[in-house]
Design a protein around this ligand. Sequence first.
Ligand code: AMP
Length: 211
Amino acid sequence: MNLILFGAPGSGKGTQSDLLVKKLGMIQLSTGDLFRNAIKNKTKLGIEAQTYMDEGQLVPDSIVINMVEEMLLTGVSNFILDGFPRTLAQAESLEELVLRLKINISKAIFLDVPSEVLLGRLTGRRVCTKCGAVYHIESKQSKVEDVCDSCGAELIQRNDDKQGVIQARLDAYQNFTSPLKEFYKKSGRYIEVNGNRNTEEVYQEIEKIVK
Ligand code: AMP
């Protein structure tokens, strides 16, 4: 099954996608991760995306859509789109793309988390510089401070998780991504999951939907 996982920054898309990868062997297609890798490798795409990301703005639709098209052209299946689409224009382009490539995306799962909870999740998030594992300074501490339990590399705060940038990301979500709920309700693929619970409970519900 191919699915879309969407929600506000900090709603748990990355965490739940990781679990679907580990437990069900699905493939995570995260546009945010692709941009972060491109920035790390200093590619043209990374240079284009960096200013937008650093300011908490969305990367322009044309850049994101081209990148997703390239990924889907590889024939990938059993995937989770994590962080895409994020605007109505992206959602419409995706419809056209999947039709053309004969791909079926059967569900769009929305992770619902109240805005006051999102802020705490984002400011406390720490990520591993090597393997990308995600921690939280209160709710998911590493055994040794600032050191990844899985690979021993350093944990850092993502640039876009810093206080000044978070509000811009939440505003971008509210203005551009939130309307996607209506879009997917109309197409009959919308499923809402309460994301304001512990990770395992949320995962169990998503797994039931996927299976
Ligand atoms: P994420 O890790 O999904 O929160 O994405 C991090 C950042 O990458 C976002 O704040 C945007 O700047 C950019 N980004 C990721 N996915 C998209 C998308 N579908 N459309 C526009 N910008 C995106």
